[in-house]
Design a protein around this ligand. Structure first.
Ligand SMILES: [Fe+2]
Length: 206
């Protein structure tokens, strides 16, 4: 089955000078949160990621907390967020993260669901993000590639485990999308089907 494919979603437009101001001002180590119903108790910061939220619905309770930032200096990004919300109406949170160390192959939730990510800022010539077969964390790494036309991608969180290499000369910024419940495959079936076809040279199958 296909476990990874680039997908077609609206781009996130930014003025990079202004974006870096926001990023350097607000990005913080993610803080693990214990869910207490409608509130969360911070458990402690984690070393592996720093990040910001550029959209979060009220009462959405993520597993990790990131500061929700003011985008008033980034009107293109505000419009881009609206475009994503239109394309994926059940979205609860849009987060930008940077890993600060190697992340070994793992599954996030071990659920048979598609996760959507985007390479937001990426300067390396070599691929840093890879998949292994489930529970085969030391096995063959299948590094991803992306077409010119999109840097959004989707992967199945149960049937492929993901990891990424850290390069301090080329740290990458990744966008994560979160949904309240498991992202229903039905909801994105057309998007996946169309993207699998269009990006067939890039898909990874296990
Ligand atoms: Fe992960």
């Amino acid at each position: 089955m296909i476990v990874y494919s680039p997908i077609n979603l609206p781009n996130l437009e930014v003025n990079w000078d202004k974006f870096w101001d926001v990023w350097h001002t607000y990005s913080k180590p993610l803080v693990k949160v214990r869910n207490m119903g409608h509130s969360g108790v911070p458990v402690g910061p984690v070393d592996a990621w720093i990040g910001i939220d550029i959209f979060r619905r009220q009462f959405y309770m993520p597993g990790y907390f990131a500061p929700l930032v003011d985008l008033s200096t980034l009107p293109e990004l505000v419009q881009s967020v609206e475009n994503i919300k239109k394309a994926l109406p059940t979205i609860e949170c849009i987060r930008i993260i940077q890993s600060t160390e190697d992340i070994f192959s793992h599954t996030d939730d071990n659920l048979d669901e598609w996760k959507i990510r985007k390479m937001f800022h990426y300067t390396s010539e070599t691929s840093q993000w890879y998949f292994t077969k489930p529970e085969d964390r030391l096995g063959n790494r299948h590094y991803i590639s992306l077409p010119e036309t999109t840097s959004w991608f989707a992967y199945n969180d149960k049937h492929a485990w993901h990891g990424s290499d850290y390069d301090d000369k080329h740290p990458k910024l990744l966008v994560q999308l979160f949904f309240q419940e498991k992202l229903s495959t039905d909801l994105i079936a057309d998007l996946l089907e169309e993207s699998f076809k269009e990006h067939k040279d890039y898909v990874i199958e296990f």
